[in-house]
Design a binder for this molecule. Structure first.
Ligand SMILES: N[C@@H](CCC(=O)N[C@@H](CS)C(=O)NCC(=O)O)C(=O)O
Length: 221
């Protein structure tokens, strides 16, 4: 059976993506939650299961096969269960969905640093640097284009739930946590993402976690 190693649900955005991907695959899996930065984390990072990823989560094990990195996990699972579960069928839509997922994966460093994920908190609105505002606007531009071109009558970026939504789900939770003002179309999309059963389950389970990492709890300046 597949095994997925993830960090705390409250804070680990890349783990959330990996976990949503495994849920989307429909495959049976067991999960191991390793609380970030505590003793168990340090010990496990020295173990063989963590070695291929240089100690980062998520990590997926399928027998002897190891896949680390959220986007690689999505592609590995798409190969296993069929591309259509993860990506739009239409070539143009799929090209855009893949580009958006890749851009999420490689970019938005300011947003990720200044607005760390914490699905248990709801901070008020605050001053954001120009770099963060620019990245938020880029996210909104991408969402608007995907919805306008390919959203159709569906609720998500490309109509049906796909890997692009999985990659942006932790951005949705950040926008909520930091009360980022968004236009109505984005608010509607965000609501749909938060109501997706797998996203809702992730957030629900995060509320029950006992671990607290102070650096993710303090409100950003
Ligand atoms: N690009 C990787 C990023 C993985 C990553 O940075 N994960 C964080 C948790 S969200 C981590 O393991 N941080 C621990 C560390 O950097 O020591 C992915 O997509 O999976």
């Amino acid at each position: 059976m597949i095994k997925l190693i993830i960090g705390n649900r409250a804070y680990s955005s890349w783990s959330m993506r990996g976990w949503l991907a495994v849920r989307q695959s429909g495959l049976e899996f067991e999960e191991l939650v390793v609380p970030l930065y505590d003793e168990a984390w340090e010990q496990l990072r020295e173990g063989d299961e963590f070695a291929p990823s240089l100690g980062k989560v998520p990590i997926l094990w399928d027998g002897d096969c190891v896949v680390w990195d959220s986007l690689a996990i999505i592609e590995f699972l798409a190969d296993r269960v069929g591309r259509d579960k993860f990506w739009p069928a239409d070539d143009s839509a799929r090209g855009m969905a893949r580009s958006m997922a890749a851009e999420m994966h490689s970019s938005f460093a300011n947003l990720r640093r200044d607005l760390p994920m914490n699905v248990r908190r709801n901070h008020g609105a605050r001053d954001l640097s120009k770099a963060v505002v620019d990245e938020i606007n880029r996210v909104l531009q991408l969402w608007a284009q995907a919805r306008a071109r390919f959203g159709g009558t569906g609720q998500y970026l490309f109509g049906d739930w796909c890997a692009a939504d999985i990659m942006f789900a932790p951005v949705v939770t950040r926008f909520v946590t930091y009360s980022v003002p968004v236009p109505p179309f984005a608010a509607t999309y965000m609501e749909a993402v938060l109501e997706h059963p797998a996203v809702a389950e992730w957030i629900d389970k995060a509320q029950e976690e006992p671990w607290v990492v102070e650096e993710f709890e303090t409100e950003p300046a």
